[in-house]
Design a protein around this ligand. Structure first.
Ligand code: FA5
Length: 356
């Protein structure tokens, strides 16, 4: 009788060729039962050994066992090979090329800065007034009590000092020094200078930073900006002041924005008024920014008080004039419809970028 293992070598070669041709772990797992499992050629050969004579059976069994071991090792090697290959492909897909990241970050476009909203508003306001025949002047931010208050007809202990919650500067000097609470002290400097240089009349605006111990809210900051206006000339009347304010409002905010003057009190002007415009955010309907009034106060104004003329040595019988002081931040807020003034100092680039 022919040995059941007569074709063993060619059968083993065929199994090894099938193993070598397996292309994925999944294919290997699917083929495993037919290569080494119960349904395999090796298992059928094993069963057929039962028909051999006992003395032949043990040799044939050992041969078949060696052949099976050979196939199992080949299968295991292929499993390791395929697992390694599949892992390599997975890693390749997940690969993060740090070189690419660096190159990309270098390629990010550099953003170019631009002038802030308040400085650009200050320039726009200066341009409007220069167009109306005013010159532009500067004044100090740190002032003596005399310039910030006394020369403006606000002597020590005057109740009007309560209108300006003041930051005091301790320089160890007997004189009281303050961070200016408004740009009005620049009026005094300018009148003194014009008198000394015989440069009257004066038609000037004076922009600059001011400081108050105000709690920031939708319309206030502790550091803010004003633009002061000063006209000293002959035969100046309240109508001239009202005309300047009206012309300014129309050219800066447009003719659809209304303005109004309401009686007010400032120690350095008489009569005095508050200057208001329609709230540009609600167009007069009332909103959180204008405290539901429909109006926003932009500044104060009035005819120069004779006490101020006498503080600087100007003859109040010869000279007359008016002054005004508007909030620059407030003007920016109304021009660009900014609901809350605190946005101006938060430095959020998403906000700032809107005004480039
Ligand atoms: C004054 O400061 C007067 N010196 C204005 C003046 C000048 C009157 C010349 C007469 C003649 P007042 O305190 O109201 O006034 O401030 C004027 C404007 O500055 C306000 O209407 C507002 O627009 C702005 N302002 C005042 N305080 C603040 C603040 N804390 N934050 C932002 N803006 C402010």
């Amino acid at each position: 009788m022919t040995s059941p293992l007569a074709n063993l070598q060619s059968q083993i070669d065929e199994l090894l060729a099938r193993i070598a041709s397996l292309e994925s772990l999944e294919a290997l797992r699917a083929a495993e039962p037919s290569l080494t499992g119960k349904r395999s050629v090796l298992s059928s050969l094993q069963k057929s050994l039962g028909g051999l004579a006992p003395e032949e059976r043990s040799d044939a069994g050992a041969t078949l066992q060696g052949a099976r071991r050979h196939v199992e090792i080949a299968l295991e090697d292929r499993r390791v090979e395929l697992a390694r290959e599949e892992r390599r492909i997975r890693l390749q897909a997940d690969r993060l090329d740090l070189g690419d990241v660096v190159v990309q970050s270098v390629r990010w476009p550099a953003t170019v800065g631009h002038r802030g909203l308040v400085p650009s508003t200050q320039r726009e306001l200066e341009d409007v007034f220069v167009g109306m025949g005013f010159t532009v002047a500067d004044g100090p931010e740190v002032e003596s009590d005399w310039y910030n208050f006394e020369a403006l007809n606000i002597p020590p202990a005057h109740p009007a000092r309560g209108m300006w919650d003041t930051f005091y500067v301790d320089l160890g000097e007997p004189e009281t020094v303050v961070l200016r609470t408004h740009t009005s002290p620049t009026q005094i400097h300018l009148m003194e200078l014009a008198l000394a240089q015989e440069a009257l009349p004066i038609h000037s605006v004076m922009p600059g930073r001011c400081y108050r111990r105000d709690t920031p809210d939708a319309r206030h900051l502790a550091t803010f900006h004003q633009i002061e206006g000063l006209v000293v000339d002959r035969d100046i009347t309240f109508a001239d002041l009202a005309g300047v304010i009206e012309t300014f409002t129309r050219s800066y905010f447009g003719s659809d924005i209304e303005s109004r003057l309401r009686p007010a009190y400032f120690p350095f002007t008489e009569p005095s008024a508050e200057f208001e415009i329609t709230c540009t955010i609600c167009r007069g309907d009332g909103c959180r920014t204008c405290s539901q009034t429909g109006w926003i106060e932009l500044g104060g104004c009035g005819m120069l008080d004779p006490a101020v003329f006498s503080a600087v040595g100007l003859d109040a019988d010869e000279w007359s004039g008016f002054a005004f002081g508007f909030g620059i931040d407030r003007c920016a807020q109304m021009r660009y419809q900014i609901g809350d003034m605190r946005a101006l100092i938060e430095n959020d680039v998403r906000f700032l970028g809107q005004f480039s």
